[in-house]
Write a protein that binds this ligand. Structure first.
Ligand SMILES: *[C@@H]1O[C@H](CO)[C@@H](O)[C@H](O)[C@H]1NC(C)=O
Ligand SMILES: *[C@@H]1O[C@H](CO)[C@@H](O)[C@H](O)[C@H]1NC(C)=O
Ligand SMILES: *[C@@H]1O[C@H](CO)[C@@H](O)[C@H](O)[C@H]1NC(C)=O
Ligand SMILES: *[C@@H]1O[C@H](CO)[C@@H](O)[C@H](O)[C@H]1NC(C)=O
Length: 670
């Protein structure tokens, strides 16, 4: 249907493009959606039928995409002498699956080539490779939106915006945020949450000043740019340069999209008409095939029909939302009583946290937000965790577990005081811990000041807690999400395990269409992926990874580290093979002059960590054996690095695959 009209539009556009050519001044284009755009696409980039430029779609890993304006432009040396200016604005969106493990980048690029054939994905953003990064012969300038902090390139924060000149070390960078003209302050934003953002880049050739201004979709252009830097573009780029976008993903599946784009040489880029932009995939169907050409009557009829359709859908949505509102607000289901467990009133928690005020927010984790509160009745300090709960599947088991965990008593377990349910939300009430979670102390500071003695005590405490869950209580409790960020520290720096069984709800409900397994990437035992059954063995696996984290001071997966160091388990194993296992140890540990660094203990913990995170479940020790080894009541079995099954990152990196299984299954006294 759109064929004749569409073709006509394309031909007209092409004629306009060709007549203007790349002559220099006063050239510009505007795409409110890319239906009629003739872009030069490579990698996974394509334009969807509704005009959305999908650089990387459907949550893909290790992908590269490029989309460039097909004609190179002259952006230096204007025909009448002076330096050229340019200005561009575009709307983009980025989505990634794992809330706490970002892995992608997106960039606006001035490049001498329109496909960059030698570039790599992941941290190289589809712009450079290992040898070309930092080389002046790239003649490339980019404004990057990076969602991962990569120390290799001196990245400043998890999500940041930076100006890059021939290098991934930005000449200027800032955490992702925008200037709010209302509050006169910068507000930080989450870039990869699927929300669209608008970006303006303005280059003033005379002053060689490059301004980058970010704002959430729909807000007017802020009066203060996010970045403003002196970059002499004429010195960097070639006479003819392509303008466009590059996107890449790493170990974590992600998507990136561009909704509209305008560009002007020597002038202000035309404003985008936000109401004409294509929608992002979920709602794309509704406004697809919006008629643009043809008779006068047809569009009106279709528009009226669309409005009716929208009103009907709106009504149904409002009806459903209200129904849910009433259904979930106060209902306590019958079966809840049978398990007992303390149920708090929502009002009490609301008052305790001052109405879940942002200032009371203690942290945001994979499962939800945690607020600090003081119970109005008892005056006790608590931490309230709000968990999004989209389906009631798995909830019953979970409440049963809450009830039983509520009766658990152990000095290394964070006490769960009770829970509350409301409108698709589950609230869990824990005793409040004085210090932050262990991951913050280990990773988030430039140098962790936790000494080996403190770390070893935390390890032993957590081991005692897991042992208690597995064997010390009336029934076996599987934790399902052992990791540094679930270990909290009390006033005496004792490690206390929190967050029981939350992943259980996600095991059942889940995200249809993805092979997501509840738990946290990097701590998930392979048999959990294949058999989808949590056991004490999968807990031991995660505990092994936890041991390595604590001793090495590194997260289990660092997508942007150099390839050999991406997977922590593999890196430690490699060091062991080279006969230098202690090379993997946190360098801060040896520098601390506390005097309690014991090389033999550290080595034992590393080897024990590898043994626990063995790919072969049978070869892992039980928590009872782990406890005895940590306490010095038993010695580690004599092992060599070849006894451990390995996970290897294939170079240059697209797939994570298992390449070998140990020849000898270890005997650890079973
Ligand atoms: C798109 O532009 C390129 C470069 O100008 C040209 O070679 C190609 O024929 C155009 N394609 C279409 C479909 O217009
Ligand atoms: C890196 O990219 C450059 C071009 O930018 C290319 O000449 C070189 O061969 C590439 N190196 C590798 C190792 O791919
Ligand atoms: C930018 O570099 C060009 C070429 O080297 C030079 O002619 C021009 O004066 C420089 N502009 C500024 C503002 O420094
Ligand atoms: C934006 O697009 C809408 C719908 O196509 C149109 O009604 C409106 O006039 C446009 N606004 C501007 C400023 O061009």
């Amino acid at each position: 249907m759109e064929s004749v009209a569409g073709l006509l539009a394309r031909v007209v556009l092409l004629l306009i493009l060709l007549s203007k050519q790349a002559a220099g001044s006063d050239y510009g284009f505007v795409y409110n959606g890319f239906q009629a755009a003739n872009l030069s696409l490579s990698g996974t980039a394509r334009v969807s039928s509704n005009g959305l430029l999908q650089l990387i779609d459907q949550m893909e890993k290790y992908k590269i995409a490029h989309a460039f304006h097909p004609i190179p432009l002259r952006l230096k040396n204007s025909p009448h002498g002076g330096a050229l200016s340019f200005s561009t604005c575009f709307v983009f969106a980025m989505v990634d699956e794992f809330l706490d493990l970002y892995g992608q980048g997106f960039a606006f690029v001035l490049s001498p080539s329109d496909d960059l054939p030698h570039a790599l994905p992941a941290q190289y953003l589809g712009l450079f490779n290992v040898t070309s990064v930092g080389d002046e012969s790239n003649h490339l300038i980019a404004v990057e939106f990076d969602t991962f902090q990569n120390p290799q390139f001196g990245d400043i924060a998890g999500t940041h915006v930076g100006i890059d000149v021939n290098d991934l070390r930005s000449v200027s960078a800032s955490p992702a945020s925008y200037f709010s003209d209302m509050t006169r302050e910068f507000q930080s934003v989450r870039l990869a949450g699927g929300e669209p953002f608008q970006l303006w880049i303005d280059y003033d050739g005379a002053g060689a000043r490059l301004d980058v201004t970010l704002s959430p979709f729909g807000l007017p252009k802020p009066s203060v740019p996010l970045l403003s830097s002196v970059v002499n573009v004429s010195k960097v780029i070639l006479d003819h340069t392509y303008v466009g976008f590059s996107a890449s993903t790493g170990l974590v599946p992600a998507s990136s999209y561009v909704l509209g784009w305008s560009f002007a040489v020597d002038g202000q880029a035309q404003a985008l008409n936000l109401s004409q932009l294509p929608s992002l995939p979920i709602t794309a169907e509704l406004i697809r095939k919006r008629p643009k050409f043809g008779g006068v009557g047809l569009p009106i009829i279709i528009a009226v029909a669309l409005i009716f359709l929208l009103i009907t859908i709106g009504g149904v949505v409002v009806f459903l939302v209200r129904r849910n509102w009433f259904r979930y607000a106060e209902v306590v289901e019958d079966w809840e009583a049978e398990y007992g467990g303390h149920r708090f009133e929502y009002k009490e928690l609301f008052l305790a946290t001052k109405g879940f005020k942002p200032s009371e927010l203690l942290g945001v984790g994979g499962f939800g937000r945690v607020y600090k509160g003081t119970l109005p009745t008892s005056g006790a300090d608590v931490a309230v965790k709000k968990v999004r709960q989209e389906s009631s599947q798995g909830l019953r088991e979970f409440v049963a577990e809450v009830a039983s965990v509520g009766r658990l008593r152990h000095r290394n377990i964070v006490k769960l005081l009770g829970y509350c349910r409301r409108r698709g939300e589950l609230l869990l009430v824990y005793e409040h811990m004085r210090h932050a979670s262990l991951d913050k102390l280990l990773f988030d500071q430039p140098r962790s000041r936790l000494s080996w003695g403190q770390r070893f005590r935390i390890i032993k405490g957590v081991a005692a807690a897991v042992f208690y869950l597995h064997e010390g209580w009336e029934q076996v409790v599987i934790h399902r999400d052992i990791k540094a960020s679930n270990v909290l520290l009390d006033a005496e720096f004792n490690g206390r395990l929190g967050d029981f069984g939350l992943s259980r709800m996600y095991d059942h409900g889940g995200h249809p269409g993805t092979t997501r397994v509840a738990g946290t990437l990097g701590y998930i035992a392979p048999e959990l992926v294949t058999a989808r059954k949590a056991s004490t063995g999968t807990d031991v696996f995660a505990f092994g990874v936890f041991l390595l984290e604590v001793a090495c001071g590194r997260r289990p997966i660092q997508p942007k580290a150099e390839p050999a160091k991406v997977a922590l388990v593999e890196w430690v194993l490699q060091c062991w093979r080279r006969g230098a296992i202690l090379e993997a140890v946190d360098p801060n540990l040896q520098q601390l002059q506390g005097g309690d660094y014991v090389a033999e203990e550290v080595e034992m913990v590393l080897k024990l960590g590898l043994l626990c995170s063995n790919l072969v479940p049978m070869a892992r020790p039980t928590m009872r054996q782990v406890m005895r080894i940590l306490d010095g009541d038993a010695t580690l079995p004599v092992l060599s690095a070849n006894d451990i099954g390995e996970v290897v990152m294939a170079e240059p990196g697209p797939t994570l695959e298992r390449v070998s299984v140990p020849e000898s299954v270890l005997s650890t006294g079973r």
